[in-house]
Design a protein around this ligand. Structure first.
Ligand code: F6P
Length: 319
């Protein structure tokens, strides 16, 4: 019996602590471990290496993933999945832990239906857009990067009569924008899940500007594709000079926060224990209300994540 780990899709802070804990915890249990480099691409190309403590020493505090990642198109081709399976057989690897997002889990669902391989997925994406779990690894660190940037942008915004439109990541999900709006007190939050109520907002902000408001902070989720629209709307209707900042990949970097390190440990320990005790597993370990449980990969990949309703309430999107 051997266990392997890989990271797939967008890297997320917390992957390195997870990889370290995986190797160290398995060593304690005398389970042989392998690192698969470059995600599903590396699995196809046999970039697999037996792990030792040396490989994971000094990585706990690092962002990104030392085993690197990829977005594999080839894995959607049956020929390459077979090749990947043959590679796993070479090392007797029958248990796989995958740090990734829903794209990676969809690929694995297909893989596990074809070959006798047990795996547990650990939700890892700054987007926090995976169905069935309140939390994905990397989210807290990304939110802190965004919060730090917004605090700085507010300093300069407050020094001028200006509006700042800040675009944040998240793909089709507005989680990062929504939470960042709440914690940074942004006046405008535009997310894919809610129609942008331009007129209402315009009335409220015009009144506030008449009453002395000097600057405005607008957060726009990349998935809305409305950054330019919001910028133009602000200039035209609010009469404030505006600037746009696209935070981009800076949101994916940075040392994992305390919370992400702790979550990485818990996700991994739960995943390893589950694989040790069960056969033919195709699960994702999920975290809800302080508890870790396991959901079928099929359930995760066929449902859509919904934003927490109380967060929408907090930003006046719900009554
Ligand atoms: O899924 C994580 C994420 O950072 C998204 O927020 C973003 O849209 C995407 O990845 C960017 O992907 P790439 O790094 O391939 O440009």
């Amino acid at each position: 019996m051997a266990f392997a780990i890989l990271s797939s899709g967008g890297d997320a802070a917390g992957m390195n602590p997870a990889i370290k804990k995986f190797v160290d915890y398995c060593a304690k249990l005398q389970i042989e471990t392998y690192l698969i480099y470059e995600g599903l691409e590396g699995l196809i190309d046999n970039k697999i290496k037996k792990a030792s403590h040396k490989d994971v020493a000094g990585i706990l505090h690092l962002g990104g993933t030392i085993i690197r990642s990829s977005r594999s198109k080839r894995f959607f081709d049956a020929k390459y999945r077979k090749q990947a399976y043959e590679n796993l057989k070479l090392y007797n690897i029958n248990n796989l832990i995958v740090l990734g997002g829903d794209g990676s889990f969809r690929a694995l669902e297909v893989f596990s239906a074809e070959f006798a391989i047990s795996f547990v997925g650990i939700p890892s994406t700054i987007d926090n857009d995976i169905y069935g779990t309140e939390y994905c690894l990397g989210v807290d660190t990304a939110l802190n990067v965004i919060r730090d940037s917004l605090d700085k942008i507010r300093d300069t915004a407050a020094s001028f009569n200006r509006a700042f439109v800040v675009e944040v990541m998240g793909r089709e999900c507005g989680y990062l924008a929504l939470v960042s709006s709440i914690v940074s007190g942004a006046e405008i939050c535009v997310i894919p899940e809610v129609t942008f109520a331009q007129e209402e907002l315009q009335k409220r902000l015009q009144k506030e500007i008449q009453n002395g408001r000097k600057y405005v902070l607008a957060l726009v989720a990349e998935g809305t594709k409305q950054t330019t629209q919001v910028y133009e709307w602000i200039q035209e209707t609010l009469g404030l000079e505006a600037r746009v900042t696209i935070l981009g990949h800076v949101q994916r970097g940075g040392n994992p926060s305390v919370y992400d390190r702790m979550m990485a440990f818990d996700f991994v320990i739960n995943a390893v224990d589950y694989l040790r005790k069960n056969r033919q597993v195709q699960k994702v370990v999920v975290y809800n209300q302080g508890t870790f449980t396991f959901k079928e990969i099929q359930e995760i990949s066929t449902h859509k994540y919904k934003l927490p309703q109380h967060y929408l309430k907090a930003i006046n999107y719900l009554d």
